[in-house]
Design a binder for this molecule. Sequence first.
Ligand code: MEV
Length: 442
Amino acid sequence: LHKEKKIMPNKIIGFSKLSRVEKIDWLNKNILDDSHQVKLILDKYLNSNKDIQAIHDSFSENSISNFYLPYSVSPNFLINDKIYTVPLVTEESSVVAALSNAAKFWFDKGGFKTEVKSFTKKGQIHFSFDGDKNILEEFIKINEKEILKSTDIIAKNMKKRGGGISSIQLIDKTDELKNYFQLSVDFNTSDSMGANFINSCLESMSKKIKELSDEYFKKNNYGINIIMSILSNYTPDCIVESYAECDINDLVDIANIEPKEFAEKMKYAFDIAKIDISRAVTHNKGIMNGIDAILIATGNDFRAVEAGIHAYASSNSKYQSLSECSISGNKFRLSLKIPLSVGTVGGITDLHPLVKLSLQILDNPSSKDLMCIIASVGLAQNFAAVKSLITSGIQEGHMKMHLINLLIKNNASEEQIRKAKTYFLNKEINSSSVNQFLKLNK
Ligand code: MEV
């Protein structure tokens, strides 16, 4: 309360050139309270193995330590008749426990069946053109081969792996924005997520387009102005679907609720998420709890996947839930269809030791295999969340984890933790009740 008001730090030039210790000193002097505590904390989380630390430092600029998150595994995933143990990185308590329960539950019912429906990714060259559209179309048609040829060196290895550019298309957007055209390029990036490959191809193509068009349009006094060339994280043509189904009578032993009532309640909960945006976002967040955790563990770009999936959830011009629940006769079915652009080679998959390990745990999947696994994890997580919501509520599970966190924070012994788990079964869990318990159970 009585802390002196801090002065804003001055703008610093050349921060990235400072050594790690100098960076920490700067933080200490300019933002923190100039104590040695900061360096001690940051040092504690450095890896004692210099080689490993060097790998981590290479991932980002201005790295001064490591930020740890739990690395977990969830066994018993039966996906397309193969059993997987899934590596997960998440800080959210209950996510892994709930997922493991769902995997175990569906294991006995045939597991998850999943299929990659399409596998095309897109990049765009955005440009403005102030001339006759017909002449532009003619220019692209005449020069298509040469434009594509400009990617030959970049695409050589990708072609060997079965990937490459599959088509290009000129799109007229002048109705929406004056002079605006796109060259939309479809790619198959094989087992890589393909961001670098796509962006390199696009940049090479746009250079070629500029070069050829300057010459071509000289006589008409028209010009192509390249605005930008970049992949799209919206991947509605790179789709995977996963489903799980069982006989309604097999939905037994779920939190004291009759199978038929459980099935109907779950369907109703899924239907709510189809029509109500506020619920749809939370429903989809539950799906993403599992998806993000495996994306991080396998070194994939979770921001890209998140952006693409949420855009897809809005593709009916209204944001909706991504998964479906249906009851047909005695059959109960859950399914999830999502766009997923992921890789199992390239990026940090070859660099991060834990990412390599994750892929080994998953039996070195192809990117299509990984799409299938991720969609099934998302569906299992979704089932687990809605199952809790329509039966016990989610706080029961969360509070169990909260209790452990409070006990650990208060340096409880293993014996105290064991006793507390029983003691708090039917009691309010908060910091004062936990403190009180620890005082009485020294
Ligand atoms: C919490 O992280 C996720 C849930 O809110 C998902 C849902 O409501 O379906 C439980």
